[in-house]
Ligand binder design. Structure first.
Ligand code: HAM
Length: 421
Protein backbone atom coordinates (compact mmCIF):
# COMPACT_ATOMS: atom_id res chain seq x y z
CA UNK A 1 0.00 0.00 0.00
CA UNK A 2 1.30 3.44 -0.90
CA UNK A 3 1.03 5.50 2.30
CA UNK A 4 1.24 9.24 1.87
CA UNK A 5 2.59 11.61 4.50
CA UNK A 6 -0.10 13.47 6.41
CA UNK A 7 0.63 17.18 6.67
CA UNK A 8 -0.74 19.37 9.45
CA UNK A 9 -3.77 21.51 8.54
CA UNK A 10 -3.09 24.85 6.84
CA UNK A 11 -2.53 27.72 9.26
CA UNK A 12 -1.57 25.46 12.20
CA UNK A 13 1.86 24.87 13.69
CA UNK A 14 3.82 22.24 15.58
CA UNK A 15 5.95 23.42 18.47
CA UNK A 16 9.22 21.66 19.26
CA UNK A 17 10.74 21.58 22.77
CA UNK A 18 12.87 24.72 22.10
CA UNK A 19 9.75 26.58 20.92
CA UNK A 20 7.74 25.39 23.91
CA UNK A 21 10.42 26.42 26.40
CA UNK A 22 10.45 29.92 24.92
CA UNK A 23 6.65 30.05 24.81
CA UNK A 24 6.45 29.02 28.49
CA UNK A 25 8.99 31.72 29.39
CA UNK A 26 6.86 34.38 27.69
CA UNK A 27 3.66 32.96 29.18
CA UNK A 28 5.14 33.02 32.69
CA UNK A 29 6.42 36.58 32.30
CA UNK A 30 2.94 37.80 31.31
CA UNK A 31 1.25 35.60 33.90
CA UNK A 32 3.29 37.06 36.75
CA UNK A 33 2.48 40.65 35.70
CA UNK A 34 -1.30 40.11 35.40
CA UNK A 35 -1.36 38.22 38.69
CA UNK A 36 0.46 41.12 40.36
CA UNK A 37 -2.64 43.22 39.49
CA UNK A 38 -4.99 40.66 41.07
CA UNK A 39 -6.20 38.88 37.91
CA UNK A 40 -6.99 35.16 38.31
CA UNK A 41 -6.93 32.53 35.61
CA UNK A 42 -9.98 30.90 34.07
CA UNK A 43 -10.50 28.44 31.24
CA UNK A 44 -13.51 27.94 28.99
CA UNK A 45 -14.31 25.17 26.47
CA UNK A 46 -12.56 25.07 23.11
CA UNK A 47 -15.93 24.99 21.35
CA UNK A 48 -19.16 26.79 22.17
CA UNK A 49 -22.64 27.16 20.73
CA UNK A 50 -22.28 29.09 17.48
CA UNK A 51 -24.81 31.72 18.53
CA UNK A 52 -22.52 32.87 21.35
CA UNK A 53 -20.37 34.46 18.68
CA UNK A 54 -23.02 35.37 16.11
CA UNK A 55 -25.01 37.48 18.59
CA UNK A 56 -22.55 40.34 18.61
CA UNK A 57 -19.07 39.65 17.36
CA UNK A 58 -19.28 41.39 14.01
CA UNK A 59 -19.70 40.09 10.48
CA UNK A 60 -15.96 39.55 9.98
CA UNK A 61 -15.64 37.01 12.72
CA UNK A 62 -18.67 35.04 11.56
CA UNK A 63 -17.18 34.53 8.10
CA UNK A 64 -13.91 33.56 9.71
CA UNK A 65 -15.24 30.97 12.09
CA UNK A 66 -14.69 27.23 12.25
CA UNK A 67 -18.33 26.27 12.71
CA UNK A 68 -19.81 22.81 12.43
CA UNK A 69 -22.75 20.61 13.37
CA UNK A 70 -22.17 17.88 15.93
CA UNK A 71 -23.70 14.39 15.58
CA UNK A 72 -26.92 15.61 17.21
CA UNK A 73 -27.23 18.49 14.77
CA UNK A 74 -26.20 21.27 17.20
CA UNK A 75 -24.52 24.31 15.68
CA UNK A 76 -21.14 24.73 17.34
CA UNK A 77 -17.98 26.73 16.69
CA UNK A 78 -14.35 26.61 17.75
CA UNK A 79 -13.83 29.81 19.75
CA UNK A 80 -12.46 32.64 17.59
CA UNK A 81 -11.79 34.75 20.70
CA UNK A 82 -12.51 34.59 24.43
CA UNK A 83 -14.43 37.68 25.45
CA UNK A 84 -17.83 36.20 24.56
CA UNK A 85 -17.02 32.85 26.29
CA UNK A 86 -15.86 34.72 29.40
CA UNK A 87 -19.15 36.65 29.46
CA UNK A 88 -21.10 33.40 29.11
CA UNK A 89 -19.09 31.92 31.99
CA UNK A 90 -19.77 35.03 34.05
CA UNK A 91 -23.53 34.82 33.53
CA UNK A 92 -23.66 31.02 34.09
CA UNK A 93 -21.22 30.59 36.94
CA UNK A 94 -20.10 33.70 38.73
CA UNK A 95 -22.41 36.69 38.49
CA UNK A 96 -22.55 36.55 42.33
CA UNK A 97 -18.82 37.28 42.77
CA UNK A 98 -17.84 40.63 44.30
CA UNK A 99 -17.25 43.27 41.63
CA UNK A 100 -14.99 44.14 40.04
CA UNK A 101 -13.98 40.67 38.89
CA UNK A 102 -10.52 40.30 37.40
CA UNK A 103 -10.10 37.29 35.10
CA UNK A 104 -7.29 36.29 32.77
CA UNK A 105 -6.89 33.50 30.24
CA UNK A 106 -4.28 31.99 27.97
CA UNK A 107 -5.91 29.83 25.33
CA UNK A 108 -5.93 28.87 21.69
CA UNK A 109 -8.39 30.47 19.28
CA UNK A 110 -9.39 29.50 15.76
CA UNK A 111 -10.12 31.76 12.81
CA UNK A 112 -10.56 30.70 9.20
CA UNK A 113 -8.35 33.47 7.80
CA UNK A 114 -5.88 33.42 4.94
CA UNK A 115 -2.67 32.30 6.64
CA UNK A 116 0.37 34.54 6.36
CA UNK A 117 3.24 35.62 8.57
CA UNK A 118 1.76 36.33 12.02
CA UNK A 119 -1.72 35.21 10.97
CA UNK A 120 -2.65 31.66 11.80
CA UNK A 121 -5.80 29.58 11.83
CA UNK A 122 -4.94 28.37 15.30
CA UNK A 123 -3.30 31.00 17.49
CA UNK A 124 -3.06 31.85 21.17
CA UNK A 125 -4.41 34.83 23.03
CA UNK A 126 -3.37 36.00 26.47
CA UNK A 127 -6.16 38.22 27.69
CA UNK A 128 -7.70 39.92 30.69
CA UNK A 129 -11.27 41.02 31.43
CA UNK A 130 -12.06 43.52 34.19
CA UNK A 131 -15.76 43.02 34.91
CA UNK A 132 -18.22 45.29 36.66
CA UNK A 133 -16.92 48.85 36.35
CA UNK A 134 -17.50 51.57 33.80
CA UNK A 135 -15.18 53.99 35.57
CA UNK A 136 -12.28 55.65 33.78
CA UNK A 137 -10.14 53.91 36.44
CA UNK A 138 -11.04 50.50 34.95
CA UNK A 139 -10.08 51.54 31.42
CA UNK A 140 -6.89 53.15 32.72
CA UNK A 141 -5.96 49.96 34.60
CA UNK A 142 -6.27 47.63 31.62
CA UNK A 143 -4.52 50.01 29.22
CA UNK A 144 -1.69 50.46 31.72
CA UNK A 145 -1.51 46.69 32.27
CA UNK A 146 -1.19 46.01 28.52
CA UNK A 147 1.47 48.72 28.30
CA UNK A 148 3.40 47.34 31.25
CA UNK A 149 3.43 43.81 29.77
CA UNK A 150 4.62 44.99 26.37
CA UNK A 151 7.27 47.23 27.98
CA UNK A 152 8.58 44.31 30.05
CA UNK A 153 9.23 42.31 26.87
CA UNK A 154 11.77 44.83 25.56
CA UNK A 155 10.09 45.18 22.20
CA UNK A 156 9.45 48.33 20.18
CA UNK A 157 5.76 49.06 19.97
CA UNK A 158 3.26 51.86 19.61
CA UNK A 159 0.14 52.10 21.75
CA UNK A 160 -2.92 53.86 20.34
CA UNK A 161 -6.05 54.74 22.27
CA UNK A 162 -9.36 55.65 20.65
CA UNK A 163 -13.04 55.90 21.54
CA UNK A 164 -15.71 53.99 19.60
CA UNK A 165 -18.31 55.62 21.84
CA UNK A 166 -17.46 58.92 20.15
CA UNK A 167 -17.71 57.35 16.68
CA UNK A 168 -21.05 55.74 17.56
CA UNK A 169 -22.26 59.09 18.91
CA UNK A 170 -21.45 60.78 15.60
CA UNK A 171 -23.22 57.94 13.74
CA UNK A 172 -26.23 57.87 16.09
CA UNK A 173 -28.75 58.48 13.28
CA UNK A 174 -27.61 55.38 11.34
CA UNK A 175 -29.14 51.96 11.93
CA UNK A 176 -27.02 49.22 13.52
CA UNK A 177 -26.13 47.43 10.27
CA UNK A 178 -24.92 50.65 8.66
CA UNK A 179 -22.98 51.64 11.80
CA UNK A 180 -21.36 48.22 11.85
CA UNK A 181 -20.36 48.57 8.17
CA UNK A 182 -18.92 52.06 8.79
CA UNK A 183 -16.92 50.78 11.77
CA UNK A 184 -15.53 47.96 9.62
CA UNK A 185 -14.39 50.42 6.93
CA UNK A 186 -12.78 52.67 9.56
CA UNK A 187 -11.07 49.63 11.08
CA UNK A 188 -9.64 48.76 7.66
CA UNK A 189 -8.61 52.42 7.15
CA UNK A 190 -10.61 52.31 3.89
CA UNK A 191 -11.49 56.02 3.68
CA UNK A 192 -12.35 55.79 -0.04
CA UNK A 193 -14.75 52.92 0.66
CA UNK A 194 -16.20 54.91 3.56
CA UNK A 195 -16.94 57.96 1.37
CA UNK A 196 -18.58 55.71 -1.25
CA UNK A 197 -20.66 53.96 1.41
CA UNK A 198 -21.83 57.33 2.81
CA UNK A 199 -22.88 58.34 -0.68
CA UNK A 200 -24.82 55.09 -1.18
CA UNK A 201 -26.74 55.34 2.07
CA UNK A 202 -27.21 59.11 1.73
CA UNK A 203 -25.77 60.17 5.06
CA UNK A 204 -26.21 63.86 5.82
CA UNK A 205 -23.26 66.08 4.93
CA UNK A 206 -22.54 67.17 8.49
CA UNK A 207 -22.28 63.61 9.90
CA UNK A 208 -20.04 62.63 7.01
CA UNK A 209 -17.73 65.62 7.43
CA UNK A 210 -17.50 65.31 11.20
CA UNK A 211 -16.74 61.58 11.02
CA UNK A 212 -14.12 61.94 8.29
CA UNK A 213 -12.32 64.70 10.15
CA UNK A 214 -12.34 62.72 13.42
CA UNK A 215 -11.08 59.38 12.11
CA UNK A 216 -8.04 61.06 10.67
CA UNK A 217 -7.10 62.67 13.98
CA UNK A 218 -4.26 61.13 15.93
CA UNK A 219 -1.62 62.46 18.28
CA UNK A 220 -0.89 63.28 21.91
CA UNK A 221 -3.65 64.06 24.42
CA UNK A 222 -3.49 67.74 23.40
CA UNK A 223 -5.46 66.92 20.21
CA UNK A 224 -8.49 66.47 22.48
CA UNK A 225 -9.24 70.23 22.42
CA UNK A 226 -9.34 70.08 18.67
CA UNK A 227 -11.68 67.07 18.66
CA UNK A 228 -13.89 68.68 21.31
CA UNK A 229 -14.39 71.70 19.09
CA UNK A 230 -15.57 69.42 16.24
CA UNK A 231 -18.01 67.34 18.36
CA UNK A 232 -19.07 69.89 20.93
CA UNK A 233 -22.07 67.96 22.28
CA UNK A 234 -20.16 64.79 23.34
CA UNK A 235 -19.00 64.27 26.94
CA UNK A 236 -15.23 63.96 26.84
CA UNK A 237 -14.85 63.68 30.63
CA UNK A 238 -14.13 59.93 30.63
CA UNK A 239 -11.43 59.96 27.99
CA UNK A 240 -9.85 63.09 29.49
CA UNK A 241 -9.53 61.36 32.86
CA UNK A 242 -8.09 58.19 31.28
CA UNK A 243 -5.50 60.35 29.47
CA UNK A 244 -4.66 62.16 32.69
CA UNK A 245 -3.89 58.86 34.44
CA UNK A 246 -1.89 57.48 31.54
CA UNK A 247 0.07 60.74 31.31
CA UNK A 248 0.80 60.63 35.05
CA UNK A 249 1.96 57.01 34.81
CA UNK A 250 4.23 58.11 31.95
CA UNK A 251 2.63 55.76 29.46
CA UNK A 252 3.81 56.43 25.93
CA UNK A 253 0.65 56.40 23.79
CA UNK A 254 -1.16 58.30 21.08
CA UNK A 255 -4.82 59.12 20.79
CA UNK A 256 -6.24 57.80 17.53
CA UNK A 257 -9.91 58.25 16.72
CA UNK A 258 -9.55 56.00 13.68
CA UNK A 259 -9.48 52.89 15.89
CA UNK A 260 -12.79 51.08 15.38
CA UNK A 261 -11.81 47.45 16.26
CA UNK A 262 -12.97 44.42 14.25
CA UNK A 263 -15.53 43.24 16.81
CA UNK A 264 -18.95 44.85 17.27
CA UNK A 265 -19.29 44.75 21.05
CA UNK A 266 -17.11 47.71 22.03
CA UNK A 267 -18.88 50.71 23.48
CA UNK A 268 -16.30 53.23 24.75
CA UNK A 269 -12.52 53.46 25.00
CA UNK A 270 -10.64 51.11 22.65
CA UNK A 271 -6.93 50.55 22.18
CA UNK A 272 -4.46 48.68 20.05
CA UNK A 273 -0.70 48.14 20.08
CA UNK A 274 1.47 47.59 17.03
CA UNK A 275 4.97 46.17 17.24
CA UNK A 276 8.03 46.66 15.08
CA UNK A 277 9.58 43.77 13.18
CA UNK A 278 6.42 41.87 12.30
CA UNK A 279 5.45 42.91 8.78
CA UNK A 280 1.79 43.47 7.88
CA UNK A 281 0.27 41.61 10.84
CA UNK A 282 1.79 43.86 13.46
CA UNK A 283 -1.12 44.32 15.85
CA UNK A 284 -0.02 42.59 19.04
CA UNK A 285 -2.79 43.77 21.34
CA UNK A 286 -6.40 44.86 21.02
CA UNK A 287 -9.05 45.71 23.55
CA UNK A 288 -11.45 48.20 25.05
CA UNK A 289 -14.66 48.58 27.03
CA UNK A 290 -17.76 46.64 26.07
CA UNK A 291 -21.11 45.27 27.22
CA UNK A 292 -22.10 41.72 26.34
CA UNK A 293 -23.39 39.93 29.47
CA UNK A 294 -27.01 41.12 28.98
CA UNK A 295 -27.09 39.44 25.55
CA UNK A 296 -26.39 36.11 27.23
CA UNK A 297 -29.17 36.41 29.80
CA UNK A 298 -27.24 38.26 32.50
CA UNK A 299 -27.25 41.78 33.90
CA UNK A 300 -26.01 44.61 31.72
CA UNK A 301 -22.50 44.70 33.21
CA UNK A 302 -19.84 47.13 32.01
CA UNK A 303 -16.52 45.44 31.23
CA UNK A 304 -13.15 46.29 29.81
CA UNK A 305 -10.24 44.12 28.73
CA UNK A 306 -7.74 43.21 26.06
CA UNK A 307 -6.06 40.26 24.39
CA UNK A 308 -2.44 39.98 23.36
CA UNK A 309 -1.54 38.10 20.18
CA UNK A 310 0.78 35.63 21.85
CA UNK A 311 2.21 34.15 18.62
CA UNK A 312 3.06 37.57 17.23
CA UNK A 313 4.83 38.49 20.46
CA UNK A 314 6.74 35.20 20.27
CA UNK A 315 8.20 36.26 16.94
CA UNK A 316 9.87 39.34 18.37
CA UNK A 317 10.41 38.38 21.99
CA UNK A 318 14.01 37.55 22.69
CA UNK A 319 14.91 35.33 25.57
CA UNK A 320 17.16 32.43 26.35
CA UNK A 321 15.09 29.91 28.27
CA UNK A 322 17.09 28.44 31.11
CA UNK A 323 18.00 24.88 30.22
CA UNK A 324 17.56 22.21 32.85
CA UNK A 325 20.70 20.47 34.05
CA UNK A 326 20.76 16.98 32.55
CA UNK A 327 22.21 14.00 34.37
CA UNK A 328 22.44 10.74 32.46
CA UNK A 329 22.48 7.66 34.66
CA UNK A 330 24.74 5.18 32.84
CA UNK A 331 23.61 1.66 33.66
CA UNK A 332 26.37 -0.96 33.71
CA UNK A 333 23.82 -3.76 33.81
CA UNK A 334 21.92 -3.23 37.10
CA UNK A 335 18.58 -2.08 35.72
CA UNK A 336 16.39 -1.56 38.78
CA UNK A 337 19.29 -0.28 40.93
CA UNK A 338 20.08 2.31 38.26
CA UNK A 339 16.44 3.38 38.28
CA UNK A 340 16.49 3.67 42.09
CA UNK A 341 19.62 5.85 42.01
CA UNK A 342 17.96 8.07 39.40
CA UNK A 343 14.91 8.42 41.66
CA UNK A 344 17.06 9.44 44.64
CA UNK A 345 18.66 12.23 42.57
CA UNK A 346 15.30 13.41 41.19
CA UNK A 347 13.80 13.57 44.66
CA UNK A 348 16.80 15.34 46.19
CA UNK A 349 17.50 18.06 43.62
CA UNK A 350 14.57 19.98 42.20
CA UNK A 351 14.59 21.29 38.66
CA UNK A 352 17.05 18.84 37.09
CA UNK A 353 16.42 16.17 34.47
CA UNK A 354 17.66 12.70 35.33
CA UNK A 355 17.67 10.46 32.29
CA UNK A 356 17.93 6.67 32.35
CA UNK A 357 18.51 4.08 29.64
CA UNK A 358 15.34 2.68 28.06
CA UNK A 359 16.97 0.97 25.07
CA UNK A 360 19.20 -1.60 26.79
CA UNK A 361 22.22 0.02 25.17
CA UNK A 362 25.90 -0.64 25.77
CA UNK A 363 27.80 1.72 28.08
CA UNK A 364 29.54 3.25 25.07
CA UNK A 365 26.22 3.96 23.37
CA UNK A 366 24.70 5.36 26.56
CA UNK A 367 27.64 7.77 26.83
CA UNK A 368 27.46 8.72 23.22
CA UNK A 369 23.73 9.49 23.68
CA UNK A 370 24.62 11.61 26.74
CA UNK A 371 26.95 13.67 24.52
CA UNK A 372 24.36 13.94 21.76
CA UNK A 373 21.75 15.37 24.08
CA UNK A 374 24.38 17.70 25.64
CA UNK A 375 24.04 16.25 29.12
CA UNK A 376 25.97 17.93 31.94
CA UNK A 377 26.85 14.85 33.97
CA UNK A 378 27.08 11.08 33.69
CA UNK A 379 26.50 9.01 36.81
CA UNK A 380 27.65 5.39 36.55
CA UNK A 381 25.78 2.60 38.30
CA UNK A 382 27.82 -0.65 38.29
CA UNK A 383 28.83 -3.47 40.60
CA UNK A 384 31.70 -1.54 42.22
CA UNK A 385 29.48 1.49 42.86
CA UNK A 386 26.68 -0.54 44.40
CA UNK A 387 29.08 -2.45 46.65
CA UNK A 388 31.16 0.51 47.89
CA UNK A 389 28.47 3.23 47.83
CA UNK A 390 30.92 5.44 45.87
CA UNK A 391 29.72 6.29 42.40
CA UNK A 392 31.70 7.43 39.37
CA UNK A 393 30.40 10.85 38.48
CA UNK A 394 31.65 12.61 35.37
CA UNK A 395 31.32 16.25 34.43
CA UNK A 396 30.78 15.89 30.68
CA UNK A 397 31.55 19.56 30.03
CA UNK A 398 35.03 19.53 31.67
CA UNK A 399 35.85 15.82 31.52
CA UNK A 400 36.60 15.72 35.30
CA UNK A 401 35.60 12.48 37.00
CA UNK A 402 35.04 11.83 40.72
CA UNK A 403 34.28 8.87 42.95
CA UNK A 404 31.68 10.16 45.41
CA UNK A 405 28.88 9.05 47.71
CA UNK A 406 25.36 9.81 46.50
CA UNK A 407 25.07 12.56 49.15
CA UNK A 408 28.21 14.26 47.84
CA UNK A 409 26.98 13.91 44.26
CA UNK A 410 23.69 15.52 45.27
CA UNK A 411 25.57 18.43 46.89
CA UNK A 412 27.75 18.83 43.80
CA UNK A 413 24.69 18.96 41.54
CA UNK A 414 23.04 21.48 43.89
CA UNK A 415 26.14 23.70 43.79
CA UNK A 416 26.28 23.45 40.00
CA UNK A 417 22.57 24.32 39.76
CA UNK A 418 23.08 27.42 41.91
CA UNK A 419 26.07 28.55 39.85
CA UNK A 420 24.05 28.21 36.62
CA UNK A 421 21.03 30.08 38.00
P1 HAM B 1 -8.69 40.90 18.47
O1 HAM B 1 -8.04 42.22 18.12
O2 HAM B 1 -9.58 40.29 17.45
O3 HAM B 1 -9.46 41.12 19.84
O4 HAM B 1 -7.56 39.85 18.83
C1 HAM B 1 -6.58 40.16 19.80
C2 HAM B 1 -5.19 39.87 19.25
O5 HAM B 1 -5.10 38.52 18.79
C3 HAM B 1 -4.84 40.69 18.01
O6 HAM B 1 -4.38 41.97 18.40
C4 HAM B 1 -3.75 39.85 17.37
O7 HAM B 1 -2.49 40.15 17.95
C5 HAM B 1 -4.14 38.44 17.75
N1 HAM B 1 -4.72 37.73 16.59
C6 HAM B 1 -5.94 37.90 16.05
N2 HAM B 1 -6.11 37.08 14.99
C7 HAM B 1 -4.96 36.37 14.86
C8 HAM B 1 -4.49 35.35 13.96
N3 HAM B 1 -5.27 34.89 12.99
N4 HAM B 1 -3.24 34.87 14.12
C9 HAM B 1 -2.45 35.33 15.12
N5 HAM B 1 -2.83 36.27 16.00
C10 HAM B 1 -4.06 36.79 15.88
C11 HAM B 1 -10.14 40.13 20.48
O8 HAM B 1 -10.15 38.97 20.17
C12 HAM B 1 -10.87 40.64 21.72
N6 HAM B 1 -11.56 39.51 22.34
C13 HAM B 1 -9.92 41.30 22.69
C14 HAM B 1 -10.60 41.82 23.92
C15 HAM B 1 -10.58 41.27 25.15
N7 HAM B 1 -11.38 42.89 23.98
C16 HAM B 1 -11.82 43.04 25.23
N8 HAM B 1 -11.37 42.05 25.93
Amino acid sequence: MDLKRIERPRGTRDFLPEDMEKRRELENTIRSIVESFGYREIQTPTFEHLELFTIKSGEEIVKEMYSFKDKSGRDLALRPELTAPVMRLLVNECSHLPKPIRFYYFSNCFRYERPQRGRYREFWQFGVELIGSDSYLADAEVIYLAYKILKSLNINFELRVGHVGLLRFILRDLDETHTSRVMRLIDKKDIKGLIEFFENIKVNKETKEILLSIVEKSGRSDILDDVKSIVSDFNFGHIEKVCEILDNLEVDYKLDFGIARGLDYYTGIVFEAYAEGLGAQNQVCGGGSYRLAHLFGGEDIPCTGFALGFDRLMEIYECKPREKIKIVVVDLGYKSDALKVAEIIRDSVKGVSVITDTMERSVKKQLSYANDIKADFALFVGKKELETGKFSFKNLKTGEQFELSLDDIINKIKMYTQQKA
